[in-house]
Design a protein around this ligand. Structure first.
Ligand code: CP3
Length: 341
């Protein structure tokens, strides 16, 4: 099916565009009343992911209701540890919790690569439904967590300000850390390959917790695994979003990925210098969307002026927050969509 709007793919391929494409991380989420309604019908966040019809419905909401230039499949990065044998629950107000965690080398033996009948099939089926229902309106993004970010949840067991338990392994038993990171990497390559076979047009790797690490630790425990994934995954454009990795823009730019995501602490001018010629994604502070319309327009136009025309996929610097009014997000999206190079 030929795509009617392929702006995001054109930027990734280095082709010319008349305006920058725009989408929002977490665009299918609680800020939309329509999302909350589906969630209520499904009973829980986990049920939405486990039921491909619900997942497909909320994936399409931002396309129909907000007019974003790309869809991102509704799922979670933590479905992968579950497919490897480490289940998790999503606790209200608290976020993801793993009842059992990985704390040493013997635990790694208990983990397996995703089987043909794993929970990942729910998301793969949702991808097929979404592709059909989109009928080429916009491209569909698949995604996975970066191995370090997945490692952080599997060893910490829950969200944390410091992830000190996860980080302690890097210094106490680096061989264990590398063995677990290796296994997560192999599983991620399988999962992303399956997503591409199911129909995604592009993928994003989320290293949400890159910023917890020093430059040195990130170069040792995150970058090599991201590189391994990028080298293994071919055929669709790749975006790497490593939140907080301002210290390694050059190394990110050297990966086999077409687009590098920036968070709002990263300076687009500095990124352009360190990654010349590559497409960048980002990076409006999601909190700008608490401002009034004029302020949102001003901040969005300022951001647009800091990126290179034709080398920019517009996004927020991280996911949209649940208490943002959809109309405020629309001001952001419309400002970008009426901009011309
Ligand atoms: O619209 C999209 O971006 C697609 C769907 C998506 C979700 N999670 C849905 C979600 C994507 C791409 C993710 C990725 C994800 N999941 C990341 C990486 C991105 C990032 O934000 O850095 C991480 C770290 C997770 C793990 C996770 N999932 C956490 C920590 C939480 C709890 C925090 C929260 O916002 O409540 C989730 C829950 C989650 N994932 C929600 C959604 C829409 C909210 C769940 C709900 O409806 O209650």
């Amino acid at each position: 099916m030929a795509l009617q709007n392929d702006l995001i793919l054109r930027v990734a391929r280095g082709e010319s565009v008349e305006r920058p494409p725009v989408w929002m991380m977490r665009q299918a989420g609680r800020y939309l009343p329509e999302y909350r309604a589906v969630r209520a019908r499904a009973g829980s966040f986990r049920n939405m992911i486990a039921n491909p019809e619900f997942a497909a419905e909320v994936t399409l909401q931002p396309i129909d209701l907000m007019g974003t230039d790309a869809a991102i499949i509704f799922s979670d990065i933590l479905v992968l540890p579950e497919a490897m044998g480490l289940p998790y629950v999503m606790e209200e107000q608290r976020g993801p919790v793993f009842p059992e965690i990985i704390s040493g080398t013997p635990d790694i033996e208990k983990l397996h690569l995703p089987s043909a009948s794993s929970n990942l099939n729910d998301t793969l089926e949702a991808i097929q439904i979404v592709k059909e229902q989109l009928s080429g309106r916009v491209p569909l993004l698949g995604f996975a967590g970066a191995p370090w970010t997945i490692f952080a949840y599997m060893t910490e067991g829950k969200g944390s300000k410091t992830f000190s338990r996860a980080k302690a392994h890097l210094y106490q038993n680096p061989a264990f850390a590398h063995a677990l990171l290796d296994k997560i990497t192999d599983a991620t390559i399988i999962y992303l390959t399956q997503q591409i076979e199911a129909g995604v047009d592009m993928i994003q790797i989320f290293d949400s917790w890159a910023g917890l690490l020093s430059r040195d630790a990130w170069l040792r425990f995150s970058l090599p695994y991201i590189q391994k994934i990028c080298n293994a995954i071919q055929g669709v454009p790749k975006i790497i979003f490593a939140k907080g990795a301002f210290y390694a823009l050059k190394e990110l730019g050297e990966c086999d990925a077409q687009v590098i995501g920036l968070d709002w602490n990263m300076n687009p001018m500095e990124a352009k210098k360190q990654i010349p010629g590559k497409a960048l994604q980002g990076n409006l502070d999601p909190c700008v969307l608490y401002g009034d319309e004029a302020e949102i327009r001003r901040q969005t136009l300022q951001m647009l002026s800091e990126f290179e025309p034709g080398k920019h996929i517009v996004n927020l610097g991280h996911g949209i927050y649940p208490d943002i009014q959809p109309d405020k997000a629309r001001v952001f999206l419309e400002t970008v969509k009426s901009y011309r190079y």
